[in-house]
Write a protein that binds this ligand. Structure first.
Ligand code: FES
Ligand SMILES: [Fe+2]
Length: 350
């Protein structure tokens, strides 16, 4: 299958994994949007991604051997460079006229920055189109910063449902109850200003809500800004005085029914590192609460019920659908992407 049959966005960058998961000379298979992908890092530290399938007879390349430079297929020993070009077919006689470099294992554009590995999933592997640099995701990272890996888990549903769950404010007091966070009988009216931003929308910088105990830990003056960009990147950027904390949650589709949720954090506040284990446990608990509610949701979605988006609390879900649709159209018609979101103030109780 070369042309994607996926309903998810293509010609777009997905977060594949944290840099630390891929050591020099290593490869592993990862399924992203129903494609089996071999991710690897060569002996010089450069990352690469190939379709995990030998072009000869289709055996996964991960069963072969990677010497840090080339991959040798386990079946007939064909060798491939990290760009997918075949370099050797051992069974061919020395005087063979066949040009082995014409054989290619399809490769995926990959980029590594801020401790993240991002992969570009094209619409059609056979006809790579030029990549529009203006559509690369934006990370508000301070110079030289990089994210730490916090935790990952799987949601038992599509990317679209997972995104809508991620940006949905109304579930928070019901799903994320705990002694250290907030209680559902403590609902307060929230008024939040939103603006269009790169590939999505942003809840503009404001003082964080007072009923979250997590914020009370940080004594200095704080503001927070929460941005969302397609395909599934949510970044909470907290400023504490002149310092930064960035909590990033990324959603990457495994296939139509499963989505990986990965969380990362960056901070330049040294003392926070001491509390890392506590924070990581907090993040894990929080994500597990989402995973658990999505298990229940999956049960309900089995008979494909009609769904509703209701008022201001569901406005971000509407915007997500609009941005996604516009992106798809811009790719199909090869026209510039125009963000359909307009500035707006939303009210809800959480
Ligand atoms: S299947 Fe890979 S070399 Fe034959
Ligand atoms: Fe949640």
């Amino acid at each position: 299958m070369s042309t994607s049959k996926s309903k998810n966005l293509r010609n777009i960058w997905y977060v594949a994994c944290h840099s630390s998961l891929l050591q020099k000379g290593q490869t592993f298979e990862k399924e992203i949007d129903s494609e089996k992908i071999l991710l690897g890092r060569d002996e010089n530290g450069k990352v690469f991604a190939l379709r995990n399938q030998c072009p000869h007879r289709g055996i996964p390349l991960t069963y072969g051997n990677f010497d840090g430079c080339e991959i040798e297929c386990c079946y007939h020993g064909w060798r491939f460079g990290t760009d997918g070009t075949c370099t050797k077919i051992p069974a061919l006689p020395p005087n063979s006229k066949l040009d082995v470099s014409k054989v290619r294992a399809p490769y995926y554009p990959l980029r590594e920055m801020y401790g993240l590995i991002l992969i570009y999933l094209p619409r059609d592997m056979r006809k790579p189109e030029e990549i529009d640099e203006s559509l690369f995701p934006k990370f508000p990272m301070p110079e030289g910063g990089s994210f730490d890996f916090v935790t990952a888990g799987y949601m038992d549903c599509s990317l679209d449902h997972s995104v809508i769950g991620l940006i949905d404010p109304a579930h928070v007091p019901f799903v994320h109850q705990s002694w250290f966070f907030r209680k559902k009988n403590n609902l307060k009216l929230k008024t939040k200003k939103f603006a269009p931003s790169h590939l999505g929308f942003t809840m503009v910088r404001h003082e964080p809500s007072k009923n979250s105990a997590a914020y009370k830990l940080l004594k200095k003056e704080q503001t927070t800004e929460i941005s969302f960009q397609i395909p599934g990147i949510r970044i909470e950027h907290i400023k504490v005085g002149t310092d930064d904390i960035l909590v990033m949650t990324c959603l990457t589709p495994v296939n139509e029914d499963k989505t990986e949720l990965i969380q990362f954090i960056y901070t330049n506040i040294r003392w926070i590192k001491v509390f890392k284990p506590i924070f990581y446990r907090f993040a894990k608990t929080f994500i597990q609460q989402d995973i658990d509610v999505f298990k229940k949701l999956k049960e309900g979605l089995l008979n494909q019920p009609p769904l509703m988006l209701m008022g201001d609390p569901d406005m971000q879900a509407k915007w997500y659908n609009a941005v996604r649709t516009r992106y798809e159209k811009s790719q199909a018609e090869k026209i510039p992407f125009e963000n359909p979101v307009k500035e707006e103030t939303l009210n809800w109780q959480t």
